[in-house]
Design a binder for this molecule. Structure first.
Ligand SMILES: Cc1cc2nc3c(=O)[nH]c(=O)nc-3n(C[C@H](O)[C@H](O)[C@H](O)COP(=O)(O)OP(=O)(O)OC[C@H]3O[C@@H](n4cnc5c(N)ncnc54)[C@H](O)[C@@H]3O)c2cc1C
Length: 457
């Protein structure tokens, strides 16, 4: 079946919703919008679809508002429901999903009032083809013709379902039934592969579900994300000395950072640099950008994308008590064995194998554009430009990635990692969403004016 609309938003996560909400909020005339997502209507991407209350946001409530002109929106929403909520708290991601669900509901009601036609299509987008007057989106549920397309396609997770190993290798760590472990006497020794925020989600669920066993965390770094200060003091964020950072190579920036990020206030020194991230990134040589996104990425992430202090404290306590062991080893494969999984490892350069009763594969997000079949098709056809590192696509100032025959394509979020670097968390995404929405509306107004002028002439 084929559909037609003015604007198609591909992606139903935070970014897709933020673009939709901004467009509806600013629209002065009616048009039609279709949102296409491979997930169900109120599933807001992997980050916010966890049903578990112990999986917390890693940004304070006061910083998680969806609209760029209302950063405290989420906190205001949460505080109206529970007066004990504090602005600096790290609230459950499930609660954030409820906030997004409510914004979506309000947005659809506002769209109706403005006579904006809205449709949600659950489908996999496989290709986009410029046709004469529109762009043609090919999905596994039929075609859509649209004049403006927004790519809000977010994160590609590294861990894919792996039926060859069986149920003892868990790849969806957010939907796993941890409580079922309590009754399983044959699960005593569990491995968590990876040590980033996803691994921490899994470790915390294992520690809080009532199961009593040993957790071995295997990763190339054996480093867990650092913790935010228990009570965040924003006054500690100081404007960095530009001359210490801008125009320097990666080594120069790291040297300056080591000086400013000394002592217990190091998290504030790291956070102070945030306004300079994009300028620093674009100023680096290609070699430095590759070094940062490959060699130093893990180290950067654990300091920059920190977890709530109480989460890290639980993990540290488990380590001190021997329940959690961190092992520096790179996992190279999995093999099913009777009642377990054999994990192939490289430890200190030596191959070895270890058997666990259950394994959680928590290897995070893949930024490489080669792992996104849709983006690869668009790049191969030559109408979207790849970044000069393996991580994403290039956009102009208005976040357009294509303009020409058939219409315009915008993109935001993770697909722009190679160009912008700091482009994956809510504070950046809501800003980009407002920008994309403004440009879509402006180009629409221009198009309508030229159509009217054409009709008049
Ligand atoms: C576990 C985890 C926790 C996080 N916690 C935080 C946090 O506390 N605070 C914070 O600011 N950030 C956090 N982040 C970062 C997070 O990535 C962003 O906040 C945000 O969720 C990204 O939203 P998005 O819409 O850009 O991408 P996604 O959430 O990945 O959504 C992408 C959407 O596009 C759809 N899609 C993709 N390709 C196609 C296709 N070809 N066809 C159809 N549909 C498609 C998907 O189905 C999905 O609906 C976290 C990330 C993770 C993974």
């Amino acid at each position: 079946m084929s559909r037609t609309c003015d604007i198609a938003i591909i992606g139903g996560g935070f970014s897709g919703l933020a673009v939709l909400a901004n467009i509806v909020r600013t629209a002065a005339r009616p048009f039609s919008i279709i949102v296409v997502s491979r997930d169900a209507e109120t599933v807001f991407g992997p980050a916010y679809s966890t049903p578990r209350m112990e999986h917390l946001l890693n940004v304070r409530a006061e910083g998680m508002g969806l609209f760029d002109d209302d950063h405290r929106g989420f906190y205001t929403w949460a505080a109206a429901r529970n007066k004990n909520v504090k602005p600096h708290e790290y609230l459950p991601r499930r609660l954030f999903s409820e906030y997004l669900t409510e914004i979506r509901k309000d947005t659809l009601a506002a769209a109706k009032k403005k006579s904006i036609a809205f449709e949600f299509l659950r489908a996999e987008v496989e290709d986009i083809i410029p046709a004469e007057a529109t762009l043609r989106i090919e999905t596994d549920q039929g075609e859509i013709a649209a004049r403006d397309i927004v790519l809000a396609i977010g994160n590609t997770l590294k861990a894919k379902e792996d039926n060859s190993v069986g149920a003892r290798l868990v790849t969806d760590v957010w939907r796993y039934d941890y409580e079922s472990l309590k009754g399983q006497t044959d699960v005593k020794n569990v491995a968590v592969v990876g040590s980033g925020l996803t691994a921490l989600d899994s470790i915390i669920s294992l520690l809080t579900c009532g199961w009593k066993g040993k957790i071995t965390c295997l990763s190339g770094s054996a480093l867990l994300p650092q913790a935010h200060p228990p009570v965040y003091d924003s006054t500690q964020i100081k404007r960095p000395e530009r001359t210490d950072f801008i125009g320097k190579s990666l080594s120069g920036v790291l040297k300056s950072l080591r000086k400013t990020a000394r002592g217990p206030n190091w998290p504030y020194a790291i956070d102070s640099l945030r306004p300079l991230h994009q300028e620093l990134w674009t100023g680096f040589s290609k070699r430095d950008r590759l070094r940062l996104s490959q060699k130093y990425f893990n180290l950067w992430n654990i300091h920059r994308h920190r977890c709530a202090a109480e989460i890290r404290a639980q993990a540290d306590e488990a380590r001190a008590g021997g329940t959690l062991e961190m092992i520096k080893a790179r996992c190279t494969g999995f093999r099913p064995v009777e009642n377990g999984v054999e994990v192939a490892l490289l430890q200190g350069g030596q191959p070895k194998a270890q058997v666990f009763d259950l394994v959680f594969k928590c290897i995070g997000v893949n930024y490489a554009v080669a792992n996104n079949p849709l983006l690869m098709k668009l790049i191969d056809k030559g109408f979207i430009k790849a970044a000069d590192t393996p991580y994403g696509i290039m956009a102009n100032e208005q976040l357009r990635v294509y303009e020409g025959k058939g219409g315009t394509i915008h993109a935001l979020g993770t697909p722009l990692f190679g160009q912008l670097f700091e482009t994956t968390a809510v504070p950046e995404l809501r800003h980009q969403a407002a920008k994309v929405a403004a440009d879509v509306i402006a180009s629409f107004a221009g198009l309508s004016r030229s159509r009217e002028a054409g009709a008049g002439g």
